[in-house]
Ligand binder design. Structure first.
Ligand SMILES: Cc1ncc(COP(=O)(O)O)c(C=O)c1O
Length: 439
């Protein structure tokens, strides 16, 4: 089970101690597990850093999943976020350009090959955004893009503002780079919006960036134009950058929501837009992502120069991936179309089924690959998802993995094949019909 996919939060116990909070990555942690203590040196100094959790044991959901799978009857997985396992038809020769013989020669280029950066710039153009290839840096994925940006923007114990609820990997990514997080809130009332006052309150002397996922995972909410303007003003005033994760930007479910336009065009604050093949064309295994930089020209040049130095230390992006980028970005449109149709069809199916389950409410989703269900519950979300897994054979994620302010939320991926999605949703909704009395 890879940390990098959305399943990450089930892999290890929640990291609830030590760094990663605003107490700062430098805080000293109390003694770890008995195993860790065995690994302490004679003078009791810990052997390992606090950038990783001291407790590596699988959590209850992962344990139950292993047992349920071993027991035999198949489960319906409504957490699937790996497009290569979701039944899409990939053109069999899609990866043929990776065998380009030019790849037999190694030409290290810290920003990435110009032809590949041009192809990424063209892809922004397709989405109505203009960016020069000179303002693009290639990475091995969006997760690495975050790590490079934390290195470029933050000293240890500086902080970044992260949305709540949002993507669980932020906790790991920031902690691995010794960066602290301070949450700001997304509010829901018929639709999601950014609580801009909470953003303002979250800034501190050591805030180096505000992270926005656009559309957000898992709420599916796009940042609106007026929200972006306000964030840009706040960031300019606090000498901080905006990092906008646009990996799901192609998957709009509901046009006309007033989503912020091309964010790279702003001159008010330093802005980074992140993307990658992983979501844009459903090829996470090719390991190609990018950072596009916008904002005041001097800041842009300062950022690109530093990203170049940081990237030069690792040079992670493979030559075959760079050589094939132009062809992949064109040919992959076919896979994107399939994912779009699947996600839209499953969301419509969810809304339709939920109409017959008045105890449950589907929160409004504007884009992305996920939907949020508000359900009646009398116990903890953890007990609820375990019950659904063990007794109904359906795997969903609990809202607390994504740091929802309150319990009673379930997150489902819209990527599952239509028939199993429909069955899984039906079983999930029926669970609440039974627990809340006759429909
Ligand atoms: C919001 C978001 N950003 C980034 C990533 C990671 O993308 P990549 O595969 O490019 O590292 C994910 C993965 O699920 C994601 O959900």
């Amino acid at each position: 089970m890879a940390l990098g996919d959305d399943y990450c939060a089930t892999a290890v116990q929640t990291m609830d101690e030590g760094p990663g909070t605003d107490e700062g990555p430098g805080t000293e942690e109390g003694p770890g597990t008995a195993k860790d203590q065995e690994l302490r040196t004679k003078d009791q100094k810990p052997l390992f850093s606090t950038r990783l959790p001291s407790n590596l044991a699988p959590n209850r959901l992962t344990q139950a999943l292993v047992q349920r799978r071993a027991a035999g009857p198949p489960i319906i997985d409504l957490t699937e976020s790996n497009p290569t396992r979701a039944g899409f038809v990939y053109p069999p020769d899609l990866l043929a350009p990776m065998a380009d013989p030019r790849g037999l020669v190694y030409v290290p280029q810290p920003l990435g090959a110009l032809a590949a950066r041009r192809a990424v710039a063209d892809d922004y153009e397709r989405r109505g955004a203009h960016v020069s290839p000179d303002h693009i840096v290639l990475t091995s994925g969006t997760s690495e893009a975050y790590s490079l940006l934390f290195k470029v923007l933050c000293d240890p114990s500086d902080n970044v503002l992260v949305p709540r609820p949002s993507y669980p990997l932020f906790e790991h990514l920031t902690r691995l780079d010794a960066v602290a997080t301070r949450p700001y809130d997304l509010e829901y009332s018929h639709a999601w919006s950014i609580d801009l006052d909470s953003v303002e309150r979250a800034f501190s002397e050591r805030t180096r960036a505000v992270l926005v996922v656009h559309p957000n995972n898992p709420t599916g909410s796009f940042m609106k134009a007026h929200e972006f303007d306000r964030l840009a003003d706040l960031c300019a005033a606090h000498q901080a950058a905006i990092i906008v994760d646009e990996v799901f930007a192609d998957y709009e479910l509901k046009p006309g929501t007033g989503r912020a336009g091309p964010i790279l065009a702003t001159r008010d604050a330093l802005v980074f837009s992140l993307g990658g093949l992983s979501k844009a064309i459903g090829l996470p295994q090719v390991k190609l992502g990018w950072i596009a930089v916008g904002g005041p020209e001097a800041a842009v040049q300062g950022a690109i120069g530093r990203l170049e130095v940081a990237n030069d230390a690792y040079l992670t992006v493979s030559t075959p991936a760079q050589l094939s980028a132009p062809t992949l970005l064109r040919a992959g449109a076919d896979v994107r179309r399939q994912i779009r149709a699947r996600v839209a069809g499953n969301y419509a199916q969810l809304l339709q089924q939920a109409e017959r389950a008045p105890a449950c409410r589907v929160l409004d989703t504007e884009g992305g690959w996920y939907a949020v269900l508000h359900v009646p519950s009398f116990g903890s979300e953890e007990d609820l998802v375990l019950d659904l897994l063990i007794n109904d054979g359906v795997l969903v994620h609990p809202g607390y993995f994504f740091d929802f302010a309150r319990e009673s939320y379930l997150i489902v991926s819209l990527l599952a094949p239509e028939v199993s999605f429909s069955q899984g949703i039906s079983l999930t909704l029926r669970h609440f019909t039974c627990t809340t009395g006759p429909a």
